[in-house]
Design a protein around this ligand. Structure first.
Ligand code: GDP
Length: 302
């Protein structure tokens, strides 16, 4: 069986421990090698992985291990803690940034980027509603002139959520629309101005050119990379490509109500050095939750 997904690789490495009744240093080393390999293949920073391995070894005292079951539990716990630390970010030891939280009363401009179909437009409205419930004054700007129907979709979602919106049926320059929309909502004292950009089927230079232009036009406080949680192997390359075009600072993982364990998210976090802030849990407006690291890692290793 070829395991492409990071979650499967990690779970597989740990479950290999069950085959042994007594865990010695050699077996533990083999398992750690597998875990390290899996993390490196997901592009988690080398130094970080080395440090993670050291921490795991430190946390598992091989001489204290009575038998296989205990060893497996201890090793699992150590790997679990290390993955949680990595995903949480925000402290001096982590290269992953702290989670972005908009400041009430300030003109926060948040730009959403991602591939077409990942759930970006839906997530923009969910994000807006989430913060409207917290007392913010959000507004939506549709800077997607590529996909026919994009503005209508945003308009429909925004109307349902009672969020003001801006877009155009005639203007074809997304940077111009984005600048106008953001300007207008700033003047009207909105404090969370969300800009939806266009996605393409796959990463293309034209998409990135356009994104850069919108980025320059609106100078966002935060850029959120939206990714489908079912993205496996490609997660690393995609996230890297977006990060190299614009200053991604947060990740939202969509469609976590599906079958995937979301192992690609670790690669996306590593590639963008940005934490996961929310997850999409369904098609409805209220189906958005703040990202909770521990249950996510449990599921990944389960
Ligand atoms: P965009 O092309 O990235 O803007 O994607 P859309 O927002 O149009 O979403 C594509 C499809 O994914 C739509 O059918 C959405 O209803 C669906 N979708 C978005 N987020 C979620 C989610 O968290 N769970 C599920 N099940 N479906 C989602």
């Amino acid at each position: 069986m070829v395991l492409n997904d990071l979650g499967s690789k990690l779970a597989n490495a740990l479950s290999s421990l069950s085959k042994h009744t007594v865990i010695d240093e050699e077996i533990m080393e083999d398992v750690l090698k597998e875990i390290t390999k899996a993390l490196l293949s997901a592009d988690v920073n080398v130094q970080y992985v080395v440090q993670m391995k050291k921490n795991i070894v430190k946390a598992v005292d091989i001489d204290d291990l009575a038998g296989g079951i205990n060893a497996k539990k201890m090793l699992e716990k150590a790997v679990f803690n290390e993955l949680c630390n990595m995903l949480d970010g925000g402290d001096a030891k982590s290269e992953v940034k702290a989670k972005f939280v908009p400041k009430k009363g300030k003109p926060n401009v948040v730009m959403f980027v991602g591939l077409q179909g990942c759930g970006k437009t839906t997530t923009c409205t969910k994000y807006a509603s989430y913060y409207a419930r917290k007392g913010f004054k959000p507004a939506l700007v549709c800077a997607d002139t590529f996909r026919a129907g994009a503005f209508d979709q945003l308009k429909q979602n925004a109307t349902k959520a009672k969020i003001p919106f801006y877009g155009s049926y005639t203007e074809s320059d997304p940077a111009k629309i984005a600048a106008e929309g953001v300007q207008r909502f700033k003047e009207e004292k909105f404090d969370l101005i969300i800009v939806d950009t266009s996605g393409r089927h796959k990463q293309s230079e034209a998409l990135f050119e356009e994104m850069r232009a919108v980025d320059e036009a609106v100078n966002p406080t935060m850029t959120i990379y939206t990714m489908d949680s079912s993205m496996g192997q490609m997660a690393k390359d995609q996230a890297e490509a977006f990060k190299s075009a614009v200053d991604v600072g947060a990740v939202i993982m969509t469609k976590t109500d599906g079958h995937s364990k979301g192992g690609g998210a670790i690669a996306a976090v590593a590639a963008t050095k940005s934490p996961i802030i929310f997850v999409g849990t369904g098609e409805h407006l209220e189906d958005i939750e703040a990202f909770d690291t521990q249950p996510f890692v449990s599921r990944l290793l389960g």
